[in-house]
Design a protein around this ligand. Structure first.
Ligand code: BGC
Length: 388
C-alpha cells in the first residue's frame, strides 16, 4: 500500500497513481489518497474500456476496434457500453476496476460525473486515458486522445460560409440556425465555438440572421446527441420562424445524429423548396446516403481507426510508465499534435494527443473515405464501413 497526498477539489494539481506525478501549482486543502496495488500480476495485462453506448455507430465501432487491436497486442480486454446512462457508466467502471483492469480507457457519457469513480481507479493504482471526450473535475487522467474538436467546428462553419458565399453576399441575408451537441459532453462546446467563431462576423454585419434568436451554446444544445431531440427542437423552430415566408438557408449541426434529426424535421415541417445547407460530423453510413442524395451537405471525417490505434499506443506508453509528453507524439507513427494547453478539466490540464479532421462532401467522399483512408467501400447500397 502506498499513500499519496493530493490537493482537494477545485485546484490545479495532478497526481496520477500510476506514477506519472505532475506538479501542483496552488495550495489548498489536502486529501489523502491511499493506493492499494491489487493488480492480478498474472502476466496478462488487462484493459478496461468504457464506452457511452453501442446504439451510435461510432462508439460501437470504436469499442470493438479497440478491443480487437488490444487483444492482438496481447492484452485481455473488458468492454462495457453504458446505454448513454451516467449511473450505468459509473457501475461499468467500478466493474472494470473489480475485474482488476491495469489501465482504463473511458469515453464519458457525462464528463463531469466521473470524479468519484476516477478517484477509486487511482486508489487501485489504475491509470486512466480519456478517449475522445475529456473527463472533467479530476486529477486522475493520465492522457487524452481525440480529434482537434475546435477544428471540427471550424470546418462546419467554414463549409457554411463558403456554401452560402457569405463573403460576397452583398445585401443578401441568410437565415441560419445552430443545432449543438450534448452539453454533458466536453467536446460539444469546442465544436460549437469553432463554428461560431467562423460565422460570428457575418452575424455581426447582418449577413446571417438567426431568426429564432437562439445562438448560445446551451439554448442550441441537444441532450444526449439524440436525433429525436434535435428533430423536436427544429420542428418548433421551423413552425415558429420559417413557416410563413422566411426561407431557412442553413443549419449548423454539430454531428451526424443531430443532422439526421434536422433532416427529418425539414422533411416533415419545412414547406419551402430551397436546398437547406446542413452540416454534420462522423460520416455515419446513414448520413453518407443523405450526402450522396443531396439532403445533407457535408460531414466531418474523423478516422476512428487512427484514433483507436493512437489510443492503443498510449495505453502501452502509460502501462510502461513512459512520461506523457510531446516527444511521445512523434514516436506514435500516426500524425498527431501534442497539446498541453487546451484541455483544462477544472483541476489539471490533461496532456492531449489530437488528430486532424477533414471535410467530406458528395464530391470528395469517395476520394477521402475509399481511396485515402480505405475505411469505406462503395457497395450496391452506397458507402459501407470496411471492417478490419
Ligand atoms: C464525438 C462525436 C460524436 C458525438 C456523439 C462526440 O463526443 O466526438 O464524434 O458524434 O460525441 O456521440
Amino acid at each position: 500500500m502506498k499513500k499519496i497526498w493530493i490537493l482537494g477539489l477545485g485546484l490545479a494539481l495532478a497526481v496520477c497513481a500510476c506514477g506519472n506525478q505532475t506538479q501542483n501549482t496552488q495550495e489548498s486543502k489536502e486529501e489523502e489518497l491511499v493506493v492499494v496495488n491489487d493488480h492480478s500480476n498474472d502476466g496478462v495485462l488487462r484493459v478496461g474500456i468504457s464506452m457511452p453506448s453501442d446504439s451510435l455507430e461510432r462508439w460501437k465501432h470504436d469499442g470493438e476496434f479497440l478491443k480487437k487491436h488490444l487483444e492482438e497486442a496481447g492484452y485481455k480486454v473488458d468492454l462495457a457500453f453504458s446505454d448513454n446512462l451516467i449511473d450505468t457508466q459509473i457501475n461499468d467502471i467500478e466493474g472494470l476496476i473489480e475485474n482488476k483492469a491495469d489501465v482504463l480507457l473511458v469515453t464519458a457519457v457525462d464528463g463531469k460525473s466521473l470524479t468519484g469513480v476516477m478517484k477509486k481507479a487511482a486508489e487501485h493504482d489504475i491509470p486512466v486515458i480519456a478517449y475522445d471526450r475529456l473527463i472533467r473535475d479530476t486529477p486522475y487522467v493520465s492522457a487524452y486522445v481525440s480529434y482537434d474538436n475546435y477544428r471540427v467546428g471550424q470546418l462546419q462553419g467554414e463549409y457554411m460560409r463558403d456554401a452560402l458565399n457569405l463573403e460576397h453576399a452583398g445585401n443578401k441575408i441568410y437565415h441560419v440556425e445552430f443545432v449543438s451537441g450534448d452539453p454533458a459532453d466536453n467536446n460539444s462546446l469546442f465544436f460549437y465555438q469553432g463554428a461560431y467563431d467562423v460565422l460570428e462576423p457575418y452575424m455581426e454585419n447582418g449577413t446571417i440572421q438567426v431568426m429564432s434568436g437562439q445562438t448560445d451554446f446551451y439554448t442550441t444544445s441537444t441532450a444526449q446527441w439524440s436525433s429525436i431531440n434535435a428533430k423536436s427542437r427544429m420542428d418548433i423552430l421551423i413552425g415558429s420562424y420559417y413557416s410563413s415566408g422566411s426561407t431557412l438557408h442553413g443549419v449548423v449541426c454539430a454531428n451526424d445524429s443531430t443532422a439526421l434529426g434536422t433532416l427529418m424535421a425539414l422533411e416533415d415541417s419545412y414547406r419551402y423548396e430551397n436546398a437547406v445547407e446542413v452540416t454534420g460530423q462522423d460520416c455515419d453510413v446513414a448520413n453518407l446516403q443523405q450526402l450522396m442524395n443531396g439532403t445533407q451537405s457535408m460531414s466531418v471525417y474523423k478516422d476512428l481507426d487512427q484514433e483507436a490505434l493512437l489510443a492503443v499506443q498510449l495505453t502501452e506508453a502509460v502501462l510502461l510508465e513512459q512520461s506523457i509528453q510531446a516527444d511521445l507524439a512523434s514516436t506514435m507513427g500516426i500524425p498527431c499534435i501534442y497539446d498541453d494547453t487546451s484541455y483544462e478539466n477544472g483541476i489539471i490540464t490533461v496532456p492531449s494527443f489530437l488528430l486532424e479532421p477533414e471535410t467530406v462532401t458528395a464530391e470528395n467522399a469517395e476520394d477521402i473515405l475509399v481511396n485515402k483512408y480505405h475505411s469505406y467501400e462503395l457497395g450496391p447500397l452506397g458507402f459501407e464501413r470496411v471492417s478490419e
